[in-house]
Ligand binder design. Structure first.
Ligand SMILES: [Fe+2]
Ligand SMILES: [Fe+2]
Length: 322
């Protein structure tokens, strides 16, 4: 565990009720006590990053060596175009279970139905069990127009918050029901964030989602939702809110700095492909085996980008006790 994570965890725990919820996994144990490992990649951005294919190749090659229980891509993966077929062929080279999360840019050049067909994804939001854990995949890709929640399609979402990146009310009700019947420790995965990351641009109705999470945790003898993971923000971050661990998994490819600040147009590229392996231990630990890289020169710092000091071209190794 990195010292800053350890200190952060302890300080939040001491300030709130988190401390009394430590070791919450124990009551859920089935006796098998088997860890579960996930190969995780997000925000590869095929169709925007010229080397997206080779970044995915590196991940799949490592996953085939490491043999996680399943792999997951966290959104902003590719578009439903003919050029994406060869990219998908790389993804298919992992023979184990594979899961998808819808990201906003996946609907830049098509609608949800089209990208889901390409991926073989049955529903835009769903849940599943693997090992001794329950996983919920959320879809935050809705805009609010004239009082209606509309799916992202063909880049219709290039509007300012708070009318984009929304979770539709039916999905919030579905989440409530899903958590109500669940007895296993649960991980919630979304593309956009429900936490309080410094950049902002989080899900505008995230507090509705967090209320469902907090109600599920407080209404049960032991917390159900132990962690939330997101991509989208292209950051390497971790925070604790009401006893729930919130992780940002960094993009495999770049941070968007805008024209004039990047090594590749508006993109500050990472020199190496980023991905990670997340291991969940029913005894009460979440471990992330990340990858370190650096920005391709000229870096955001060299270009004088205002937030350069807060960016990272890595996914940190973490060991978090829950
Ligand atoms: Fe992205
Ligand atoms: Fe995104």
């Amino acid at each position: 565990m990195k010292r800053r994570d350890f200190v952060k965890g302890i300080s939040v725990a001491a300030a709130g009720s988190v401390f009394t919820r430590s070791f919450a996994f124990t009551p859920f144990l089935t006796g098998k006590n088997k860890t579960l490992t996930i190969g995780w990649i997000t925000d590869v951005h095929h169709g925007y990053c010229a080397d997206a294919g080779s970044r995915l190749e590196a991940f799949i090659a490592r996953a085939n060596q490491r043999k996680p229980d399943f792999i997951l891509q966290g959104g902003d993966f590719c578009h439903p175009t003919t050029e994406a077929r060869s990219f998908m062929n790389i993804w298919e080279k992992f023979s184990g279970p594979k899961y998808h999360v819808l990201g906003n840019h996946d609907m830049d050049k098509g609608n949800k139905k089209q990208i889901m067909e390409l991926w073989g994804m049955e529903k835009p939001y769903y849940s599943f069990d693997q090992g001794e854990f329950h996983f919920v995949v959320m879809d935050c890709n809705h805009i609010l127009t004239d009082g209606k929640y509309i799916d992202y399609a063909n880049a219709n979402f290039y509007i300012e918050n708070p009318r984009r990146d929304l979770v539709n009310p039916e999905q919030i009700e579905w989440l409530k029901e899903d958590l109500l019947k669940m007895r296993m420790p649960t991980i919630i995965i979304s593309h956009q964030s429900f936490d309080d990351i410094w950049t902002g641009y989080t899900v505008p109705n995230k507090l509705d989602v967090r209320k469902v999470i907090d109600d599920a945790n407080s209404g049960s003898k032991h917390p159900k939702v132990i962690a939330c993971f997101c991509g989208h923000h292209h950051l390497d971050n971790h925070m604790v809110i009401n006893g729930v661990q919130y992780f940002h998994i960094n993009s495999s490819s770049y941070y968007y700095v805008g024209e004039g600040f990047g090594s590749d147009g508006a993109k500050a590229m990472y020199a190496d492909p980023l991905y990670c392996f997340v291991t969940l231990d029913p005894a009460g630990r979440i471990s992330i085996e990340g990858r370190s890289s650096h920005f391709v020169s000229p870096t955001p710092a060299e270009k004088g980008y205002a937030h350069a000091a807060r960016l990272s071209a890595s996914i940190s190794d973490r060991r978090i006790r829950v």
